[in-house]
Each structure stands twice: as structure tokens, then as C-alpha cells.
Design a protein around this ligand. Structure first.
Ligand code: PMV
Length: 375
């Protein structure tokens, strides 16, 4: 029996203009454009082990193994624990179905980029996947974004007959990276924004980096108000928001915001970026609060926090404050002021856990073990 392994990492991302509402729930085509900042060390690691049993003993299986991958890479803060996600039946099948889907669409993608794949041999291979996150479950960081991006990249790399040709396309061909982002989107919508960075725009099926050369490097904090699993999944939220009276006009408003946000990022206009992000976060949560069966992710600590941040939007270098589909508060500030903000946040949110990260450049292929296809 021969075998090889693929090790990848993919970061999470935080949307400043939110993806909320699907045009096509099967393919995860969004109603509106969204724009995010890619994170760096708040990420998922995937170890995909592929083995080819002897002839006549092939079973052709994909299995999730609830163990942390045992590789590290220099971009990973050694202080961060690796946490295996507590996946149950549905979560495990979602992972397996996605890996299977990536394998089945890869011949078409490879064909466009001159890469080779032996579909027949891979169909009979046994895949074992180990995943872990560097952040706790339900901490307000989108683990589905980072995990599905990492799973997609790992399976795509495993399908390549020549790993050096794959690595070459991955590094030098932005269209290839974006083709993988599109496939990832079908497993988890927001994962398509985790393939590049720091600023990423997703419109319909297209994902691309946003020009922001005048923006300073940014740091990221999450104030953990509560870490219980959320009661309403983002899939339910995507469906329910349409029943809100505020849904009318949302798509047009978001498209206008997106254009303004792109211009502000190009100009390095942090005040405008912060203001638009604040508005869009409030609008998304207002949709939740006003739909036919209203629900809220907010906790008392969320509201207190938002009260505290509101006047800071007037500062000359304001924080970008946004909430995901959860109660925790994301704060993005200039990296040059990270220490001052760390002190300020720890003073004002005493006793609350605060996670820290910075902007990143997206998923990366760490290692494909030697002898992938040579035997
Ligand atoms: O990718 P999903 O289906 O989990 O949707 C995520 C939606 C939000 O996180 C609430 C907003 C966003 O754009 O990331």
C-alpha cells in the first residue's frame, strides 16, 4: 500500500459588508456583494492522508478522524492550542460530502489549468481527514469559513498527479486560486473569502482581492461576550431575513455601500470604512430582530459594548467595529496602535476574554509529503 499526506492551513475572515440572504441555497449564491478582511492565525489546519490499498482490496472511503493534525508551521503562534471541532453526525457528513464533491469537480478545473488527475485511482483511495482550529468553537469566529477553505485546498492538492505542478498553479495563477474559492463556496459560502487577503470582495460567483495599498496594516480583536453555541444557525438566518420589512431595498443599499467601501479602501480612508462597517453590521442584526419570527444574537454585554464603541467612531483613526452572526464584538484597528488598543480594551472589558489576530493573506499549502504519486 502506498500513501501520502497533504497539510494545509486556512484562516477565517470577518465581513465588513455582510453576506446575508441566498439567491441559490444549493450553490450558496449570495443575494448581495460582501467584503471582508482575511485573518491570519485564527485558522483551521487540515491533514489529509491518502492511501492506495493493494489491488482487489480497495474500498474507496473518506473518513473524518477526531484528532488534531500533528503538523505545525512557522505562521502558527505556538501558544495557540489546536482544538478539534466537536463534530456530530450532520457536521461530519457535511465535511465528507464536501471532500467528495471537491474530488468530483476537480478534473474539470484541472483541465482548465493543464493539471493532471487520475480519477479512477482516486475513486478507490482511502482518505482520512484530521482538522483542528486555533480558536474555540462558538467564539464568534467563523470556523466554517476557515475549515471549508482548508478542506477544499487539501482535497484539491491531493487530487493532483504532480504535486509540483499543483503548487506552481496555486502560487502563480490567481485564477486557479479563485476557481478553488468558488468550489469552497458550495460547502460554506463565506469560506470563498479565505483564499486570499487581506481585503476580499465576493460578488455572485466571483471572488477577488480588493486594492487597498493605502490602508495601513490592521490588527484584529474579538471581545468574547458569550461562547455558547448559537441557537439560530447562519443557514436559518439566511432564509429568515427575507421576511423582515427591512429586507426591501437591502440589496441596493449593500451594493452602494460596497462601492463606497471599495473607494474608501483604495484611498486608505479608515473613517469611511469604519462607518460603513458599523452601519452594515447594525442592518444585518436589525434584519434578525425584525423578521417574521424575530431572534437576536445580542447579549447584554453586546449592547453595553456597542454603546461604548459608538462615540469612538468620531475619532480620527476610529476602530472598525462589527458583529458576525453572534454576540461577540470584532474590533479592527491599525496595527501600529495594537498595544494601545490592547490596553484600552482590557481596561474597559475587564474580566472578558479577548482574542487577538491580524490581517492575513489567505489559505496556504504547507506540505505535500514526498512520493505523492510515485510508486
Ligand atoms: O457562510 P455562512 O453561510 O456561514 O454565512 C455567514 C454569514 C455571516 O457570517 C453572518 C456574514 C458574512 O458575510 O460572513
Amino acid at each position: 500500500m502506498s500513501e501520502f499526506r497533504v497539510n494545509v492551513q486556512a484562516p477565517s475572515n470577518i465581513a465588513l459588508i455582510k453576506y446575508m440572504g441566498k439567491k441559490d441555497a444549493h450553490l450558496n449564491i449570495p443575494e448581495n456583494s460582501s467584503l471582508s478582511m482575511t485573518l491570519k492565525s485564527l485558522c483551521s489546519l487540515v491533514d489529509l492522508q491518502v492511501s492506495f490499498p493493494e489491488k482487489g482490496q480497495e474500498k474507496g472511503s473518506i473518513r473524518w478522524v477526531p484528532e488534531a493534525p500533528d503538523f505545525r508551521w512557522e505562521g502558527l503562534d505556538p501558544q495557540r492550542p489546536l482544538l478539534v471541532p466537536p463534530l456530530q453526525g450532520h457536521g461530519v457528513s457535511r465535511v465528507i460530502q464536501h471532500l467528495d464533491r471537491v474530488r468530483s469537480v476537480m478534473p474539470e478545473v484541472f483541465c482548465q489549468f493543464g493539471l493532471k488527475m487520475d480519477s479512477e485511482r482516486l475513486k478507490n483511495a482511502d482518505f482520512r481527514v484530521r482538522t483542528a482550529n486555533t480558536f474555540p468553537a462558538s467564539s464568534g469566529i467563523a470556523s466554517s469559513a476557515s475549515s471549508f477553505a482548508a478542506l477544499t485546498l487539501a482535497m484539491a492538492a491531493a487530487c493532483a498527479q504532480e504535486s509540483s505542478a499543483f503548487q506552481n498553479a496555486w502560487i502563480s495563477e490567481p485564477r486557479f486560486k479563485r476557481a478553488l474559492a468558488q468550489i469552497s463556496r458550495t460547502g460554506s459560502g463565506s469560506s470563498c473569502r479565505s483564499f486570499e487577503g487581506p481585503w476580499v470582495l465576493w460578488q455572485g460567483e466571483a471572488v477577488e482581492g480588493v486594492e487597498a495599498s493605502r490602508m495601513p496594516p490592521m490588527a484584529h480583536f474579538v471581545i468574547l461576550v458569550r461562547t455558547e453555541p448559537k441557537k439560530v444557525s447562519s443557514s436559518q438566518a439566511h432564509a429568515w431575513v427575507r421576511t423582515s420589512p427591512l429586507w426591501k431595498g437591502r440589496v441596493d443599499r449593500v451594493e452602494q455601500r460596497t462601492e463606497k467601501m471599495r473607494a474608501a479602501l483604495a484611498e486608505g480612508d479608515l473613517s469611511t470604512v469604519a462607518r460603513i462597517a458599523w452601519t452594515d453590521s447594525w442592518e444585518m442584526h436589525s434584519l434578525f430582530h425584525t423578521c417574521a419570527e424575530p431572534f437576536s444574537y445580542w447579549e447584554p454585554g453586546t449592547i453595553e459594548g456597542l454603546h461604548w464603541f459608538a462615540p469612538l467612531l468620531q475619532e480620527s483613526s476610529p476602530p472598525i467595529v462589527t458583529l458576525d452572526a453572534g454576540p461577540n464584538i470584532h474590533v479592527i484597528v491599525e496595527k501600529a496602535q495594537q498595544q494601545q488598543w490592547r490596553d484600552r480594551l482590557h481596561r474597559c472589558f475587564q474580566g472578558q476574554r479577548i482574542l487577538e489576530d491580524e490581517q492575513g493573506t489567505g489559505a496556504s499549502l504547507i506540505r505535500i509529503s514526498e512520493g505523492a504519486w510515485t510508486q
